[in-house]
Design a protein. Sequence first.
Length: 198
Amino acid sequence: MLTVNGLKRLHLCVSFDLQDGECVALQGPSGVGKTLLLRSIADLDPNEGTVKLDGTLREAMPAPAWRRRVTYLAAEPGWWSDTVREHFTAWDDALPLVTRLGLPDDCGPWSIQRLSTGERQRLGLVRALVLRSRVLLLDEPTSALDPASVTAVEALIAERIANGTSVLWSTHDHGQARRVGSRIFAMKSDGGIEESRP
């Protein structure tokens, strides 16, 4: 279980629990702090309060170890090498996920410059999924995808949730929030969260 207690960053101040195998959809207008919240939980931005995974404080483990367990996926994933394959430590392990998300199995040598925004978004998700994290913090992971790709992503994440992965999924799509979330957190301009059920 992920426990967030009194997490503070700028105007945010939130507390909640995220159970194992639960997906909570995070909604709210642009600029309200959804990305800020996800990045703070992942310990990518300075913040106050406590965040625990199974009772272990985030500060009790080195940041890289925390981020392998509590993985943040940006809406626009970063790229640091020339080809797709260079962004994966074990390309062969990633291939089943790559093809499942509609990319060809020969895309490993492709230049990153060749990729569309949607291809980058799907490959970024694969990069996060191969870590087999306990918690996924997804920031608009399907915003640039066509309906078939959205369906494939939602199905893949649903399988991970069924196997115990916890997911906090930021989305502007109200239909998607109702499909993927067992709870919906609506972020307010005052930095708080209003919880509802789909």
